[in-house]
Design a protein around this ligand. Structure first.
Ligand code: KG4
Ligand code: ZN
Length: 335
């Protein structure tokens, strides 16, 4: 079964063809990240405008690279929530037009479900149930994946998402956007124990909070400035990366222990973080739990993951009609 996926929820305009939810036939991504970096973060209107300029060409290239025509598809899947609403609507409306003109069914895909599906593209043998930490620019969830289309949220951030925290701290340290890769790069030259950053207190056993961590970095930068001292950005990047990854890994491992999980996974843009991957692998090895990590190239936003999840939604009978609307927010267990 061939599914075309369309993704446009943030600054990537992406289209991909995936076979049976598992095999990438083509995968095309255009991004406005360089333009967004000029502003230190994603400007929603710029993202929407770039999507509208490139979505047709990106989708056509995905079909051409796959050597198929719209008639050969079994369905058209698109991210319909959550995301920057103006951005989501561009890809979703394009998918609606294609569905209407080709007569192929339309499937709406939840973006975070898509991030989890990147694991199916990386590991053909992986099947639910498993426990997954989904960490992106907009979300940080510990999710019990009961089945391909059944999810339970065990914990979440009560303030900033993990990726957002990386982006904000990188901006404070003058390291540029996107913050995650910039912090990791700077951290390689730094000492993770140079600064002792707090573990913010939070209610709920598997919830996380990052705003106190972000404020602690900001305070250290301001204090150094007031004293006329130079803060060592590499040491701070390393200390921050260490602390946030330790918090995330410890929460995930605690949830795994308590729920008796046999398989642990990471998903989302922050799942590309090397230290987080190592901490989870090491902790899980001690508990005798198997770990599956997504291919780093599939951690960030892409349409192959949307086509993969689209296959599972489609085979579960979750077909949309042309009245499907986009949503800026929607829980992962909406259905
Ligand atoms: O999943 P994603 O591509 O987009 C959203 O759905 O939000 O995640 C983007 C986020 C950004 O905040 C970016 O800084 C972060 O993922 N990120 C990383 C790394 N690569 C990307 N964070 C930590 N370490 C990385 N290597
Ligand atoms: Zn994403």
């Amino acid at each position: 079964m061939l599914i075309l996926g369309i993704e446009s929820s943030c600054d990537e305009t992406a289209a991909a063809v995936v076979e049976d939810g598992r095999r990438i036939v083509s995968n095309v991504i255009a991004t406005s990240v360089e333009e967004q970096a000029l502003y230190g973060g994603v400007v929603p209107e710029i993202a929407s405008r770039r999507h509208i300029e490139s979505v047709s060409a990106v989708a056509q290239k995905a079909l051409a690279d796959a050597g198929v025509r719209a008639e050969d598809l079994d369905a058209v899947a698109a991210t319909f929530a959550p995301g920057l609403i103006g951005a989501v609507l561009v890809g979703l409306n394009f998918a609606k037009g294609l569905s209407l003109s080709s007569g192929k069914p339309l499937v709406g895909v939840h973006h975070l479900r898509g991030h989890i599906a990147a694991l199916y593209l990386t590991h053909p043998e992986l099947k639910p149930p498993f426990l997954c930490l989904v960490v992106s620019g907009g979300h940080s969830h510990i999710v019990q994946v009961d089945d391909y289309t059944r999810f339970r949220v065990l914990g979440r951030t009560v303030d900033d998402a993990a990726g957002e925290a990386f982006d904000k701290v990188a901006r404070t340290l003058g390291l540029g956007y996107p913050g995650g890769p910039a912090i990791s790069k700077a951290a390689k030259e730094g000492n993770p124990h140079a600064y002792s950053l707090p573990v913010p207190h939070v209610e709920g056993p598997y919830n996380v909070s990052f705003s106190g961590l972000k404020t602690a970095v900001l305070n250290a930068v301001n204090q150094a400035q007031m004293k006329g001292e130079e803060l060592n950005a590499a040491d701070m990047a390393a200390s921050f990366e260490w602390r946030i990854d330790e918090i995330l890994a410890n929460k995930l491992l605690a949830a795994a222990k308590d729920t008796g999980a046999k398989i642990l996974c990471l998903a989302g843009g922050v799942a590309a973080n090397g230290l987080l991957r190592r901490l989870v692998e090491q902790g899980a090895a001690k508990l005798g739990i198997r770990v599956y990590l997504p291919d780093p190239a599939l951690c960030g936003d892409n349409a192959a993951m949307i086509a993969s999840q689209g296959y599972y939604e489609f085979t579960a009978g979750h077909v949309a009609d042309l009245s499907l609307n986009g949503m800026a927010t929607l829980p992962i267990d909406y259905i």
